[in-house]
Design a protein around this ligand. Structure first.
Ligand code: MGD
Ligand code: MGD
Ligand code: SF4
Ligand code: MO
Length: 878
């Protein structure tokens, strides 16, 4: 469906990762959105990654939720909102405020988030509001609070330009914060002495251009940084001057000396090289992300890192400091507004009576909870136990992304009253809702987000709201009013909400907290509309900048705290039945549960189905071949995914992406396998430490299909991916259909289309193609072993007149480009390999000059460089 036209051109912010890139948006006279990097935005200076560049492919109205729905029926806003307000009110009247909950998201805008938190904590009177940031940033928040007294990110992106050594630990920056990675590469080009170290059990794309890779044992970061701290002491590098701003040094050193570096599994040489670099360089930035946070010792990992920076005084100064990169576009903003169940607002503490009373007065709130609410994992447990009877899920898809996801899905399905606000009905969670509320999406809504370096930027609406969709803050405020809290929720614009929030932060500033943007409390509507990227704090005392260069921590004694921490292995123990460790995470071109990025053919071409990275020796020991399907089992659940055999993943460990869902590959929902183990301090799940069995999944038949229309098969394995011509689908099953022609007609919903077939029952192969008016609409290729056809060639064919489709391969004069590597210019891996092998192009630049590949967002440059390196090794060996 085409959008109505609206002629504008304006600045906004990318809705994906926490880099927070500025974009320039324009709508052309066909109603199509154009997206470019904003050259003036300080986070990206014009750069965009593959996801940002493909934004225009993700805003179509297909599958959009356009009207409120109650029990599956379209309805009007009044009916839906009245039902939500009355049911919440009745439930609270009968069972108390803690019988209801909100589960929200680090992708909400600050204004949405503020209203949600105010409604739950100040007016419903429960702290049962938690967010997907519990699965993401909670360990960092807890670690920051322990070390600094508040949740402060001390540094800024400029530190990456100034550092002499950048350490990435538990961060695949090249794929997950690509513009920051490109920024580092640009610095290293200008200043080749800047060193890059990657600490990750896997040799990720971030390692391809790194100086040093430490493939540590999964979960052993505390042992490594304790080892580093002991070494710092041994080499006499404790900063005596800075020590006056720090407490806990001695106890932290005792723990550090006692810890065992052997837990890291790293060789002495690699360790020595790392220690030399870290100790021998003053300007070190340590970037960390989910390899640190998503662990049963996530908070300790954060503090093991902050300990090293505090001990050496390398914090808050140019080019130095611990640096947590945030995942979601407003992960930081959500922390600021107090969206977590154990926080208040503006970095104030829920359990501090002075803070609580001040906020209560400011809000004129009738009640305030005195203790923390349920954290995500506890919340869904309470839903499953029937203790939470009314649940509102906003901007997140917990039926896919929570650990023990099948149980979470069942808990939501069994809850008395579930409201979901989303932009689409096509999610595992939205399908379970009693009430569905259509939200305006990115490009249609207005508000602010805060990125990893405390930069607040505006998201602006360039497209009209489709159907009846309304902004999330509007839905929340309406429910607040309908619950009887009229005065507190009389907002008409996000600007009003922002001013109130900024004024509240002044109270936090009065308590000596870091988060103070009171300087923006009187922003006019126009000034809010025009707000340029602004780094907090913004108060009479301080504007932007770094924290802690000269102490000034937010602890009672004003000192930064070093913590005694000790390595602990992941909670699940490998055993005979579950001999492998299951690592999970992200791929370059998909965003979380794929509700937006999977709409883009460009982004769907990089990796088109769920897979497991497994080491070649493990694969051969388990009898798993290169294109095999693999059955993964844990005590919690099972999955079937494709084998990706690679020595990038260490022996004994497998890696599976988190992205696939019931909508596009039901057997690939990896969180069904992850247990609900959490960090005892932060409550963050250990998403990266399950134990798993890995065996071949020997299907009776395998298939590959192309289709103009989406399909939802019912086989043991299927994975659907968008293409420019329609969809491509991988299939496999344990039951062989009797008649492949009938089966294919049902699969594609084409009872009358012209059919072409090539069947060999003895060999178990079948090829069936359907044409309507001469044009190919769908085709199915089946075999007893994984089907060998030219997938990328076939995927482009639906809609065309191709009489020879059943051959499954291109005519000899049309080479198969292979899977897309450069999504920006749609360049396939075979095209790049051919350029390397036959044209002898041996640098990323040469490939770029010849094919354009890698010259736009640069996210694929590490992969191109890996192909070149492989070709060079091959050449050397020949
Ligand atoms: N393409 C893409 N980018 C994204 C997202 C996305 O969905 N897709 N999501 C965004 C969000 S919300 C987030 S939170 C960030 C996440 O960004 P990252 O944290 O960079 O992403 P992950 O792939 O989850 O995990 C990073 C790495 O941690 C490693 N790891 C696992 N266990 C350990 C360990 O014990 N120690 C160490 N040192 N490393 C370990 C994994 O092997 C993995 O390579 O990405 C953001 N950016
Ligand atoms: N195994 C494993 N599990 C993980 C992780 C991992 O590394 N491994 N990572 C965890 C992390 S760090 C994160 S952040 C989570 C992310 O997990 P989720 O938050 O569950 O994933 P998303 O797909 O981002 O969900 C966002 C939802 O909001 C909807 N939406 C989009 N725009 C709007 C809007 O404007 N308004 C509203 N109301 N809805 C909208 C989307 O359609 C989608 O359904 O996953 C976590 N789960
Ligand atoms: S790095 Fe990519 S996904 Fe992240 S904000 Fe920038 S363009 Fe968006
Ligand atoms: Mo995240």
């Amino acid at each position: 469906m085409k959008r109505p036209q609206s002629a504008c051109s304006l600045r906004s912010t990318c809705p994906y990762c926490g880099v927070g890139c500025g974009v320039l948006l324009a709508v052309d006279d066909q109603g199509a959105l154009e997206v470019r990097g904003d050259p003036d935005h300080p986070a990206n200076f014009g750069r965009l990654c593959s996801k940002g560049s493909a934004l225009s492919e993700t805003v179509s109205l297909d599958d959009r939720l356009l009207t409120p729905r109650v029990h599956g029926q379209d309805t009007d806003w009044d009916s839906a909102l009245d039902l939500v307000a009355t049911t919440f009110k009745d439930t609270i009247a009968k069972h108390g405020p803690d019988s209801v909950a909100f589960y929200v998201s680090g992708q909400l805008l600050t204004e949405d988030y503020y209203v949600a938190n105010k409604l739950m904590k100040g007016f419903i009177g429960s702290a049962n509001i938690d967010t997907n940031s519990r699965l993401c940033m909670a360990s960092t928040v807890a670690g920051h609070k322990r070390a600094f007294g508040t949740d402060t990110v001390p540094g800024t992106y400029e530190d990456l330009d100034e550092a002499d050594v950048i350490v990435l630990t538990g961060s695949n920056l090249a794929w997950c914060h690509p513009v920051l990675y490109q920024r580092i590469l640009a610095t290293r080009k200008a200043r080749p002495d800047q060193k890059l170290v990657v600490i990750d059990p896997r040799r990720t794309a971030s390692c391809d251009l790194a100086d040093l890779h430490l493939p540590l044992a999964l979960g052993s970061d505390v042992a490594l940084f304790n080892g580093l701290l002991a070494e710092i002491e041994k080499r006499g590098l404790i900063d005596a001057e800075f020590a006056k701003y720090v407490s806990g040094l001695d106890a932290a050193l005792v723990s550090a000396r006692a810890d065992d570096l052997a837990a890291t599994g790293l060789s002495d040489d690699v360790l020595a090289e790392f220690f030399d670099l870290w100790c021998g360089t003053k300007k070190v930035v340590t970037i960390f992300s989910q390899g640190v946070n998503q662990s049963s010792s996530g908070t300790d990992k954060v503090n093991a890192i902050t300990n090293c920076h505090l001990a050496t005084g390398r914090i808050g100064k140019p080019g130095m400091g611990p640096f947590s990169v945030t995942g979601q576009p407003n992960a930081m903003g959500g922390r600021e507004v107090g969206g977590l169940a154990n926080m208040l607002a503006c970095h104030l503490d829920l359990e501090n009576a002075d803070h609580r009373n001040a906020v209560k007065d400011f809000w004129s709130a009738p009640v305030m909870p005195e203790v923390a609410g349920l954290k995500a994992v506890e919340m869904f447990k309470a839903v499953g136990e029937g203790k939470i009877k009314a649940l509102w899920i906003i901007h997140t898809n917990p039926a896919v992304s929570m650990p023990d996801a099948d149980k979470v899905r069942d808990a939501i399905a069994g809850c008395d009253f579930v409201v979901v606000s989303d932009i689409t009905v096509a999610t595992d969670t939205a399908r379970l809702a009693h009430v569905l509320l259509p939200a305006t999406g990115w490009g249609e809504k207005d508000g602010t987000v805060t990125n990893s370096d405390r930069m607040m930027s505006r998201q602006r609406a360039v497209l009209p709201a489709p159907g009846l969709a309304r902004p999330d803050w509007h839905q929340l405020a309406e429910v607040g009013r309908r619950m009887g809290f009229n005065a507190a929720f009389e907002y008409e614009t996000p600007a009003e909400i922002f001013r109130e929030y900024a004024a509240l932060s002044g109270i936090a500033g009065g308590f000596g907290r870091d988060f103070d943007i009171s300087g923006l409390a009187d922003l006019s509507n126009t000034a809010y509309a025009d707000l340029a990227p602004t780094r907090w704090p913004v108060s009479s005392g301080k504007k932007g900048g770094r924290f802690f260069a000269d102490g000034g921590f937010f602890t009672p004694d004003g000192k930064g705290r070093m913590l005694p921490v000790a390595w602990k292995p992941p909670v699940a123990k490998t055993e005979k039945r579950y001999p492998f460790r299951l690592n999970t995470g992200r791929i370059r071109d998909q965003w979380h549960t794929m509700t937006r990025t999977a709409r883009s053919p460009r982004l769907s071409a990089h990796l088109a189905e769920p897979f497991v990275e497994i080491h070649p020796e493990d694969a051969s020991a388990q009898g798993i071949g290169p294109t095999a399907l693999v059955l993964l089992k844990t005590p919690n659940g099972r999955a079937i995914v494709r084998a990706m055999i690679t020595d990038r993943t260490p022996k004994g460990e497998v890696f599976v992406p988190m992205h696939w869902t019931g909508e596009n590959a039901p057997s690939g929902r990896i969180d069904a396998l992850v247990p609900s183990v959490t960090d005892p301090i932060s409550g963050q799940p250990e998403s990266k430490g399950a134990v798993v069995s890995v065996t071949p999944f020997a299907a009776k038949w395998y298939g590959f299909a192309i289709s103009q229309m989406p399909i939802k098969p019912k086989y043991d394995y299927w994975a659907l991916a968008k293409t420019y011509a329609g969809y491509r689908v991988e299939l496999a099953g344990m039951t062989v259909p009797e008649d492949w022609i009938e089966e294919a007609r049902t699969l594609f919903g084409l009872p009358d289309a012209d059919v072409q077939t090539m069947l060999d029952p003895a060999k178990g192969t079948a090829r069936v193609a359907f044409h309507v008016n001469g044009a190919l609409v769908a085709a199915l290729f089946v075999s007893r072993t994984p089907v060998a056809v030219m997938r990328d060639y076939l995927a482009a064919l639906p809609g065309q007149e191709v009489p020879g489709v059943l051959a499954g391969k291109s005519p000899a004069n049309q080479p198969d480009p292979g899977p897309v590597l450069c999504s920006c210019f749609n360049v396939g891996i075979n095209t790049i390999l051919a350029a390397i092998e036959t044209r002898g192009l041996m640098s990323v630049e040469a490939i770029g000059a010849a094919l354009d590949a890698g010259t736009n967002c640069g996210s694929c440059r590490p992969e191109i460089s890996a192909l070149i390196a492989k070709a060079q090794t091959k050449e050397a060996a020949e």
